[in-house]
Design a protein around this ligand. Sequence first.
Ligand code: HEC
Length: 256
Amino acid sequence: MKTGIKIALSVAMLTSLSFGGEQFAMSDADRAMYVEMSENNPADIMIADGEELLEYMGGDAGLAKYFGVSEDDLPAYIAGFPRYIKKFDMVVGLDQVIQAMMADGGHKPLKLKSGNMFSIMAYVKSIANGEKINIDVTANKQMKEAYALGLKTYMTKRGGRGLSCNSCHSPDVIGRVLRTQPLPDLSAKGVKAAATWPAYRMTKSSLRTLQRRFQGCMKNALLKVIPIGSKEMVALEVYLTDKSKGAEIAIPGLKR
Ligand code: HEC
């Protein structure tokens, strides 16, 4: 479905930042579409596809077995990603574990950036719907390092315009509007962002993951785009997921 929402975001627009208070700058037509889609999220069908794709790897039971947890404990375990997994000796996102599970099962692993991977990942995270995010960034040395790297990546100014994630997402800019888009504060404790991705993006007419969303911001703000699954990307996800700790997982989200 074409949305008609223009997202010609460029950094030049930063000069048009203005204080918008609580206003939510959507046209009436866009707002109506948002309401309609929140009752009937188009990503539900992609999640159903993801569930089907997981089936050839044994479905939920296969996943629980791969993680080494019981099926009952699966939702809480999923709600703790990204996490350090000894077997990989790395802090990994759900998508990377799914990829490893495919490879170990003798299947050709899906690319992290593929639509089918986004669908499977959304399905897997939706298993934890209703569960509270329980990431533990002090669980071990590796998580502490990932958190520190995430914070650093978030704060580091890059690109021709010298912007960091924090330039647009810090508490100082709450209530400001970049073009028609209110800038979401991501740095406060209790923001729900990480609990609502993967999400359907109306402006992209597709299901996207959190790391894919980061890439969108990097592209828009002229920061060099960091690859999905890289150490920095997972670290950014760790940092922002910690901000959403305690938030109830509700997948698929619905975003502009
Ligand atoms: C030039 C300003 C700008 C910069 C720099 C920027 N963002 Fe954003 N970001 C936005 C805007 C505007 C939105 C909301 C867009 C919308 O409403 O569709 C957004 C949305 C997001 C969201 C979705 C929030 C939600 O509630 O779901 C995430 C996550 C995010 N940004 C992460 C990042 C990260 C990580 C970086 C650094 C790599 C970054 N952003 C850099 C402007 C920016």
